[in-house]
Design a protein around this ligand. Structure first.
Ligand code: PRP
Ligand code: HPA
Ligand code: MG
Length: 180
């Protein structure tokens, strides 16, 4: 897999430093509250577990699988709810954990859906924010890195469902996209 990478944007240690910082910000924001932390599958799996593992506060976990890229580098424009959470979030403080906010469509869908179920508050933690990709308005409360306008892979992020298990985040060589 390493051979397919043109450049590394964020190393393993850059990512771990960001996770530690975000964990502290989240703990200080919630104080004694017990939020429901929702990991957005599949991309946020590693990020969510790395942030919460060292964050010493009470929280509940759940997962929502939503999809709109279907392995490609372009959003289909339609966010599909593949698997829902099982927690009743009415009156609860919700923290959404995302790997990336790009066009903003996925985040808007999530916030609209969870608001409609009566969450008391909704906050968003994303490892990567790509403001240059935005098509709809969507903002995050806790952000790891602002990423340039490139399609990135690794640490949960995929191209054609692959590269999620790279321990760092990088950009693929142009011929990888061209070959598919
Ligand atoms: O801001 P947007 O343009 O909506 O893009 C962000 C979303 O796109 C990716 O999900 P994808 O649909 O690829 O599903 P995946 O997490 O299973 O890869 C990513 O994990 C985010 O959830
Ligand atoms: O840059 C990206 N990489 C992988 N998945 C994504 N989903 C939205 N943007 C991206
Ligand atoms: Mg994807």
């Amino acid at each position: 897999m390493d051979n397919d990478i043109l450049k590394v944007l964020y190393s393993e240690s850059d990512i771990q430093d960001a996770c530690q910082r975000l964990g502290k910000e989240i703990k200080s924001h919630y104080g004694d509250k017990v939020p429901v932390v929702i990991g957005v599958l599949k991309g946020a799996i590693f990020f969510m577990t790395d942030v919460i593992r060292d964050t010493d506060m009470y929280m509940e976990l759940d997962f929502m699988d939503v999809s709109s890229y279907h392995g490609t580098t372009q959003s289909s424009g339609v966010v599909e709810l593949v698997t829902d959470i099982s927690t009743d979030i009415s009156g609860r403080d919700v923290l959404i954990m995302e790997d990336i906010v790009d066009t903003g469509r996925t985040l808007k869908f999530l916030i609209d859906t969870l608001k409609g179920r009566g969450a008391a508050s909704i906050k968003v933690c994303t490892l990567l924010d790509k403001p240059s990709g935005r098509v709809v308005e969507a903002s995050s409360d806790f952000i790891g890195f602002e990423v340039p306008n490139e399609f990135v892979v690794g640490y949960g992020l995929d191209y054609e469902e692959k590269y999620r298990n790279l321990p760092y985040i990088g950009v693929l060589k142009p011929e990888i996209y061209a070959n598919n």
